[in-house]
Design a binder for this molecule. Structure first.
Ligand code: BMP
Length: 457
């Protein structure tokens, strides 16, 4: 494990405050030209374009990942020039997706480290002995980093590679890598990796062009999002990177802040608790007091608003579920300038005997808001009450998904659950920032995993 690489990553990120690593894969093929001098001109033009791109993105992106297409096209001398030109602005990761025997890996790695790459990516699937080990020991000698690729982002990855994710993660960790590459398109794998190795550093590709939304991998527990075409092929890469950073900040960073503020105000507790659903739990989230903490409450409701805006959903009304969903929903509705109504826990015993307080017109689309979901029981009751009154419900939104079947149970009723964070993510943040002990963290994660297993069986 390279202290130098991890320190470099931390120092640059401190300066940029950006969790983006640019994947640099410009479409360029000098070999389509026949004459050597034409090829060379094309290489120099591309190297200059890359240098200007990196100068333009200074401060917006923390790392640059260079893959084989650019290395083949330019050759390592020009790659070295590119790295030297912006050495101070970025950490540089080479992505050859190494997968050979250790001896060959070592020969490749020595050249890549000598031209100035700070770290490289190797397939965890090659295994440690006579595979990853030679690269890790060379990296240690040269004070460089190694990242283990443990799963991939494309659909075919689920045919074989990603099925072995946990084994690959364990292999990479045992080999002594500095971090993992885990795809944003399979966010549950990111959460599993962070749960298993909370102090590891995770880089997630697959964001933007491949479908995962900006900030989603960070929300699942990644430390960096690897973004290529969405930035490099935008008409103005710097303007696009700024927009993406804004989106990421609104989701990823605010989630971390919320998690820490919840802990600070004792809204998350570890112990032995009985939930509304009747299930026992080793942790409890109580968001009923959040309106008493003005800053925290503003963070929470702003995060709901930001997520709804970024998803671009349209609906006519917002309904809060009693108790904690009422103040949250009311403020979110106010911020979005939507009418608000709420759903009681118990029917009134006199008067209208309705569960609903407020106005719904038949055909209105209603977004249901609550604080947390376990199995989805309270949300399903609310959905039913609203549908009985002629309202249409397609989405329900919560701050925390306790990952105990809520999303699946709602999906069966045709409702998509939007959650700002999973309970696993919340616990990771609390553990990483010293609010809960390793034992408590592991106990809660085991409980979450086991209750997921119980769902599946
Ligand atoms: P883009 O954002 O343009 O899709 O680029 C993604 C980058 O991440 C590419 O450089 C690709 O090689 C890399 N990558 C990936 O897309 N999926 C993986 O599973 C692993 C990767 O390294």
């Amino acid at each position: 494990m390279s202290k130098t690489f991890l320190k470099l990553v931390a120092d640059i990120t401190k300066r940029t405050d950006s969790r983006i690593v640019l994947a640099l894969d410009p479409p360029f093929n000098p070999y389509s030209l026949k004459k050597p001098e034409e090829r060379q001109r094309e290489r120099l033009n591309t190297a200059n374009r890359v240098k200007s791109l990196l100068a333009e993105l200074d401060g917006l992106v923390s790392g640059v990942k260079i893959g084989l297409p650019l290395i083949f096209g330019l050759g390592l001398d020009l790659v070295e020039e590119i790295i030297n030109a912006s050495r101070k602005s970025y950490f540089f990761i080479c992505d050859p997706k190494m997968a050979d025997i250790g001896h060959i890996n070592g020969l490749e790695a020595a050249q890549l480290f000598d031209v100035g790459f700070d770290a490289l990516i190797i397939h965890a699937a090659v295994g440690i002995k006579g595979g990853i080990d030679e690269v890790v020991s060379l990296a240690e000698e040269m004070d460089k980093g190694v990242l283990g690729l443990c799963a991939m982002s494309h659909p075919g990855a689920s045919e074989h590679l990603n099925k072995h994710f946990n084994e690959l993660l364990e292999i990479a960790a045992r080999a002594g890598v500095d971090g993992f590459v885990v795809p944003a398109t399979y966010p549950h794998l990111i959460t599993s990796a962070k749960n298993a190795y909370p102090s590891s550093i995770i880089f997630a590709p697959g964001v933007g062009t491949q479908g995962a939304s900006f900030g989603s991998a960070l929300a699942a527990g990644a430390d960096y999002e690897i973004i290529g075409r969405s930035i490099s092929q935008a008409p103005s890469p710097a303007a696009r990177a700024r927009e993406i950073l804004r989106e990421i900040k609104e989701t990823g960073v605010s989630i971390q802040k919320i998690a820490l503020a919840l802990a600070k105000h004792h809204c998350v507790m570890v112990g032995k608790f009985k939930l509304t659903s009747g299930l026992m739990s080793p942790y409890y989230i109580d968001l009923r007091a959040t309106p008493s903490h003005q800053e925290l409450f503003d963070l929470i409701t702003s995060a709901y608003v930001a997520e709804l805006k970024s998803l671009g959903l349209s609906f006519d009304r917002i309904a809060g579920v009693a108790t904690a969903g009422v103040p949250i929903g009311a403020l979110v509705a106010y911020k979005l300038q939507k009418p608000f109504l709420y759903i009681r826990r118990e029917e009134r015993t006199h008067g209208t005997k309705s569960l609903i307080e407020g106005v719904i017109n038949p055909g209105d689309t209603v977004l249901i808001v609550d604080d947390a979901v376990t199995t989805g029981g309270s949300l399903l009751k609310a959905i039913e009450a609203i549908r009985e009154r002629g309202g249409r419900v397609e989405y329900a939104m919560v701050l925390v998904d306790r990952e105990q079947g809520g999303a699946q149970n709602l999906a069966q009723k045709g409702v998509k659950l939007i959650s700002l964070m999973t309970a696993s993510r919340l616990m990771q943040e609390l553990y990483r920032h010293g609010f809960i002990s390793k034992e408590d963290y592991e106990k809660v994660i085991r409980y979450i995993q086991e209750s997921k297993g119980a769902q599946a069986s």
